[in-house]
Design a binder for this molecule. Sequence first.
Ligand SMILES: Cc1cc2nc3c(=O)[nH]c(=O)nc-3n(C[C@H](O)[C@H](O)[C@H](O)COP(=O)(O)O)c2cc1C
Length: 206
Amino acid sequence: MTDTLLETAPLAVDEASADRLFRHARSTSQWTGAEVTDAQLQAAWDLAKLGPTAMNTLPLRLLVVRSPEAKQRLVEHMGGGNKAKVEAAPVSLVLAADPAFHEHLDELFPVYPGIREQLAPAAEVREQMARKNALLQAGYLIVALRAAGLAAGPMDGMDADGIDREFFAESGWRSLMVVNVGEADGEGSPHPRGPRLDLEQVSRTL
Ligand SMILES: Cc1cc2nc3c(=O)[nH]c(=O)nc-3n(C[C@H](O)[C@H](O)[C@H](O)COP(=O)(O)O)c2cc1C
């Protein structure tokens, strides 16, 4: 918002990458209509999965909503203007947290033998861990989608409980947000980029 007084250091990635991942990337709602391939989603996940999570828990789960029938089921649970945004997107991802993430920990975190059994009875702890770490992974995924040449439109204006009943009654996954995915048409948003807070506004140095 205000001009920073701090000098900006050079980046370790090239300018074009910084533009693609951050400077030119918008929360997108306008699409070219180009198809999103499974290979592109795979490429994005292969980056996003490497982002850090507590004890390497990786609790984020994805429901890829492609077919018109599945889209319609999802639209029913989206709020107001978000219904049309889901309908317009080539693919919508329901991002969810899996409170049963501990079942993978023998494989994912072998440096802590017994953690799977320790977490099994601690449902509330697992719920909190799943939510916190899956939300972190959602951030990694948005940037990874951009790295894979895609644009992302995250939205949480939705009936999360309704989505959980609709799609996750058996798995127990807990929906966090919907991310529309596709190729951005132009800037991808009808609104100009909003201002951001500067480092001096959001930090204290001790
Ligand atoms: C967790 C989350 C929830 C959001 N929910 C909605 C939403 O329900 N509807 C919507 O149109 N945009 C939603 N947005 C988009 C934000 O308004 C947008 O990311 C923000 O204004 C920054 O826009 P920019 O990326 O184009 O600069 C959401 C974004 C995030 C990260």
